[in-house]
Design a protein around this ligand. Sequence first.
Ligand code: RP5
Length: 168
Amino acid sequence: MQAKGENAAPLVGVVMGSSSDWDVMQHAVAMLKEFGVPYEAQVVSAHRMPDDMYRYAETARARGLRAIVAGAGGAAHLPGMLAAKTIVPVFGVPVPSKYLRGEDSLLSIVQMPKGVPVATFAIGEAGAANAALHAIATLATTDAALAQALEAFRAKQTDVARNMQLPA
Ligand code: RP5
């Protein structure tokens, strides 16, 4: 998968261990698109392209990335190894795995030893979308227009919930 992006320099990097993660990780990209946040998305595999992974992390800050959303499945090293090489905040998304339904991915990502954090989200598409929303919330701390858009996004959810009807 090639790097994608809007015209502006990317503020959020979305990376994943395999193109097979895209079904899940596309939900992060969809959220960034919805908010008009410049992003890039690409495959960066921890165990199949370790040198590329290090380069990605080492250059992330200088390239202007303010957050990295990293999804991986199984023995999911990618988010932790990126975090080991950059101080750009890493938001980890456990991708459902074939045999253990992503519980392996979750535990691999969430159990970072003290000192190198990875903010870890839910397994699957909710986690991918929420990781992007968290990146957006981080950017919104210094971007009033984005903060307003995020408030509106929340208000819409409130309206939907208030109007929910149960079966008679
Ligand atoms: C991980 O291995 C990837 O993040 C993916 O979730 C999993 C399986 O990869 P493929 O065998 O589908 O390429 O590195």
